[in-house]
Design a protein around this ligand. Structure first.
Ligand SMILES: Cc1cc2nc3c(=O)[nH]c(=O)nc-3n(C[C@H](O)[C@H](O)[C@H](O)COP(=O)(O)OP(=O)(O)OC[C@H]3O[C@@H](n4cnc5c(N)ncnc54)[C@H](O)[C@@H]3O)c2cc1C
Length: 287
């Protein structure tokens, strides 16, 4: 894995990749947003200079190994990252910037709590003020959602931090549908939405296969776009759902990479180590 992967998949005018060394941060406070999500607020000297305009963008997080209090971070060399020896190497995952507040110099990351045994989810379950986390980035396409008359925004809980950030920064006249798939009714969260985009919460049906997934059904039943209007989409979440929605939007609306962000954030039954290459293969596909 390169460090940081600041231009994972350009879909629009990507910001020039600015390489900054990973930042060693500490937990300031935590907050349960629901039984399934915990906000971890981080700060530290290293956080100064973090970009203010990249809420929703990708970041790499570096987790301490089981026998470490602080993660041993890679450093930036002339030809790329220099990683610590294998037995010291941090566990790396990808998350989203929920919000960076320059006045307080604080970074919020919202973690889905899908189990205490997985490195990142487990770290978030147990995180306490003073705990250390490394962060690199932000990166990824800028903007996350191409300008258009109408938008489809769709994803599961892992995409919610980016979706919330999008809804907070899109112009008020923005129109379309934002669909969030959840496993339980009480996983809903308050969402600030000053746009005209209609927000829908849909309950995942675990019995249907990826081709009939709940996000896809919700998108099929939405009325978009109006004749003559342009469309762009942001789709993120579990691999099977994202691919089915991506293929539908390509076939039905002729969306292409420049106006369709479709990134599988995780794959049921595979951890990040075993899924990482496959995600990048999918993201490199041309359409
Ligand atoms: C660009 C990008 C942005 C992301 N932003 C966020 C974010 O802001 N917040 C967030 O919570 N996640 C986000 N994710 C997803 C997150 O990186 C994955 O869920 C990751 O696998 C979690 O690591 P882990 O160590 O907890 O689990 P892993 O060790 O990777 O996986 C262990 C097991 O848990 C399963 N699993 C992984 N994630 C989930 C899940 N969400 N629900 C149920 N089972 C799961 C795996 O299939 C595997 O069986 C993002 C991913 C990408 C690529």
């Amino acid at each position: 894995m390169s460090l940081p992967e600041v231009a994972e998949r350009p879909i629009a005018a990507a910001a020039p990749a600015k390489r900054t060394p990973p930042r060693l941060l500490q937990v300031v406070r935590t907050q349960f947003l629901s039984d399934a999500m915990r906000r971890i607020t981080l700060s530290g000297e290293d956080l100064h200079g973090f970009p203010q305009d990249r809420n929703g963008a990708h970041i790499k997080v570096f987790l301490p190994r089981a026998d470490q209090r602080k993660p041993v971070l890679p450093t930036l060399g002339k030809n790329g990252p220099i990683w610590p020896e294998a037995h010291l190497r941090p566990i790396t995952r990808t998350y989203s910037v929920r919000r960076y507040c320059v006045q307080k110099n604080e970074l919020d990351i919202d973690f889905v709590l899908h189990g205490a045994d997985s490195p990142a989810s487990g770290w978030a379950v147990n995180a306490m003020p003073g705990d250390y986390l490394g962060v690199a980035g932000p990166g990824g396409p800028d903007p996350l959602l191409s300008p258009a008359d109408q938008h489809f925004i769709a994803g599961d809980l892992t995409a919610l931090p980016a979706v919330c950030a999008l809804l907070e920064c899109l112009p008020q006249h923005s129109k379309g549908h934002a669909i969030i798939e959840i496993d339980r009714e009480d996983y809903r969260q308050p969402v600030v939405n000053h746009t005209q985009i209609q927000l829908h919460w849909v309950l995942r049906n675990p019995k249907v296969n990826a081709q009939e997934n709940t996000l896809l059904q919700a998108i099929k039943s939405a009325q978009l776009p109006l004749p003559g209007q342009s469309l762009s989409a942001f789709v993120a979440g579990e691999n099977g759902s994202v691919l089915a929605v991506r293929d539908y939007l390509r076939g039905m609306y002729g969306l292409q990479k420049r106006n369709l962000y479709a990134v599988p954030y995780w794959n049921r039954g595979q951890n990040e180590e075993t899924y990482h290459q496959e995600r990048h293969r999918i993201m490199d596909q041309e359409y």
